[in-house]
Design a protein around this ligand. Structure first.
Ligand code: ASP
Length: 445
């Protein structure tokens, strides 16, 4: 029998998870879900994170050492950063247009503001204090932070992804520069290391449909406050409309620049999008994004290995769009009066804030503090403002993470095309690569 494609399996898992969550919530069996189902979702996220650093090291070294011409690498780096900045500015502009046209802030009554800020005050102050630590840093700190002083320390935490990338690029370039015969054993080692890591992703992905079931079931039982949710409907709708528009922008650009149809793109990237939705973390989704971009969208390894991890860390179009909408929404609700200059300030700070946001759940909201701060709002307004949007932050986080991941995949294809590294993918049809491969191997053995 033909296996169901991976994205359908994941989707099925998600729907089943939501249904079970609702049922158990109604039966009052929340703790059963938290104690007995949630851990499987947590294990899956840990497995994905576990694979991220070895994957970046293996595929970047393999990618760079396969390069014939090193000048292509600097060209690729420059283009990647430029396109990332461009897509982020587009995202912020879309957010600003929607929030100014729809004006969701004018739909909220003062009572609701009071109710929301009373409910989420503590959560808001936690976000503000994490943002304060970030603000104390100088303007060039992020470049300083990119250079590790100890590779083992850097590789010991996933948040140091850029440091690991820095070391690995230096290592890969040096490997290219040493005598071919002397570098051969290291190259052979990393080629084989890379194969093994790719196989580990296949294995981890086998449990993806069950894991998203667990993740969504626990999310449903842990989410409360449906009423407050409704009060924020216009705000949430503005963000969602913006995010959908951004996805439309991606597929349009891809169609005109690479000739690839939206169906091809979505077939390839959808499992990564669904995981981004279920985990709310582009870092956790990274191994799957890289795998899909390379195997299903046809971008060569040397591009994927660089563009995707860098994108997961610095390119967050969904987050920046959300930050722009949220900042203006808060100002509309609390009447802080925004000038045109303020809106331009938002473009700049949301760009920087999204670069600085970690690729983990809720990070975009922490960096929103910096955007609001640049508008000169008082600490009090900041507190109320964050408390205001807290109730709907998780679902919006899930959706903006989908856009973040889609943006990384889009840029990988654009950069790949621009330097002649976009080809027909190895896996072309709807059939599931992971399962097919495993099945084939089982039959052979
Ligand atoms: N959860 C987002 C991500 O990982 C970041 C955010 O916007 O909070 O991409």
């Amino acid at each position: 029998m033909k296996k169901m494609a991976l994205h359908w399996q994941i989707l099925l898992g998600m729907v089943a998870g939501v249904l079970l969550g609702i049922l158990f919530n109604n039966l009052g069996w929340r703790s059963f879900v938290v104690d007995w189902i949630k851990p499987f979702g947590t294990i899956f996220i840990k497995l994905l994170k576990l694979i991220a650093i070895p994957l970046i090291i293996a595929s970047l070294i393999k990618g760079i050492s396969d390069l014939k011409d090193i000048s292509k690498f600097s060209k690729m780096g420059l283009r990647t950063i430029m396109i990332y900045i461009m897509t982020t500015v587009i995202a912020i502009s879309i957010g600003l247009v929607y929030v100014n046209v729809i004006q969701p802030g004018n739909t909220i009554s003062e009572e609701t503001v009071a109710q929301l800020s009373a409910s989420y005050n503590t959560d808001a102050s936690a976000r503000i204090s994490s943002a304060e630590n970030r603000k104390a840093e100088g303007p060039l700190q992020f470049i300083v932070d990119m250079v590790p002083d100890n590779i083992f320390a850097a590789a010991s935490a996933n948040r140091n992804m850029l440091q690991v990338i820095f070391f690995t690029i230096l290592f890969g370039i040096s490997l290219l520069l040493v005598d071919e015969k002397q570098g051969a054993p290291i190259k052979a080692f990393f080629d084989s290391f890379n194969e093994v890591i790719m196989k580990m992703i296949d294995l981890i992905m086998l449990i993806a449909p069950y894991a998203v079931f667990a993740l969504l079931a626990s999310l449903v039982v842990e989410t409360t406050n449906g009423d407050l949710f409704a009060a924020l409907a216009w705000y949430a709708l503005t963000v969602v409309l913006g995010l959908i528009t951004m996805i439309a922008v991606y597929v349009t650009i891809l169609y005109f620049y690479t000739g690839k149809k939206p169906k091809f793109f979505f077939n390839g990237i959808m499992p990564a999008q669904l995981l981004a939705f279920s985990t709310s973390s582009s870092a956790a989704t990274l191994p799957v994004t890289m795998e899909r971009v390379e195997e299903h969208l046809g971008v060569d390894k040397e591009v994927t290995a660089f563009v995707c991890p860098v994108g997961a860390t610095i390119n967050m179009d969904g987050t920046s769009l959300y930050q722009a909408v949220a900042a203006v929404f808060i100002c509309q609700t609390l009447n802080c009066g925004l000038t045109l200059t303020d809106q331009l300030t938002i473009v700049l700070t949301a760009l920087l804030a999204s670069i600085g946001s970690a690729a983990v759940p809720g990070a975009g909201m922490v960096m929103l503090v910096i955007v609001l701060d640049s508008l000169g709002v008082s600490k009090e307004t900041l507190m109320v403002g964050l408390a205001l949007i807290f109730a709907v932050d998780r679902p919006l986080d899930m959706l903006r993470t989908v856009v973040n991941v889609t943006g990384d995949a889009t840029v990988a294809m654009l950069v790949g095309k621009s330097i002649g590294k976009l080809h027909e993918p190895k896996v072309k049809n709807w059939d599931d690569y992971y399962f097919d491969n495993l099945e084939k191997e089982n039959l052979e053995s």
